[in-house]
Design a protein around this ligand. Structure first.
Ligand code: ADP
Ligand code: MG
Length: 139
């Protein structure tokens, strides 16, 4: 599936509606350059799951945890380069309980070590305002 958005607000809405399709245990891998809109997408995703907490980029902590009513969202940002470590080495697999969703910014930095069963979301900046958002369910 691919959609185009022409404002942050539209990306928030698209992510919120995408979030409704998520189930406990899902892993969402986000790809896209700096400023593509990954964090905006996570904000929309969290709001779609009824999370009220303010979502900000976890630049200095690589993990933030948001507790929703039914689901907990683990928001991971690998920007600072935890790149060469394995998903398992990060201990992420243990943290993910049956009632959580993991959303990973800069997922490509895990270099193919991500679980096979995941949902890839590729965000591409077309121009200042336009973004292409591709959703690809794998595994
Ligand atoms: P990333 O996390 O990928 O580095 P951010 O989500 O932090 O990027 O930032 C995206 C930036 O792009 C924000 O400043 C946002 O306002 C801007 N922007 C402009 N158009 C869009 C759009 N259609 N969707 C998402 N963000 C957009
Ligand atoms: Mg970000």
């Amino acid at each position: 599936m691919e959609i185009k958005t022409s404002s942050p607000r539209e990306t928030l809405k698209a992510a919120a509606s995408f979030a409704k399709s998520l189930k406990a245990g899902d892993i969402v891998a986000l790809y896209g350059d700096l400023g593509a809109g990954k964090t905006v997408f996570v904000k929309g995703l969290a709001s779609g799951l009824g999370i009220k907490a303010k979502v900000t980029s976890p630049t200095f902590v690589f993990l933030k945890i948001y507790r929703g009513k039914n689901l907990t969202v683990y928001h991971i940002d690998l920007y600072r380069g935890e790149s060469l470590r394995d998903f398992k080495d990060l201990g992420l697999d243990e943290m993910f309980s049956a009632s959580s969703i993991a959303v990973i910014e800069w997922a490509d930095r895990l270099e193919g070590k991500l679980p096979k069963k995941r949902i890839d979301v590729i965000i591409t900046k077309i121009d200042d305002k336009i973004r292409s958002i591709k959703v690809d369910r794998r595994g």
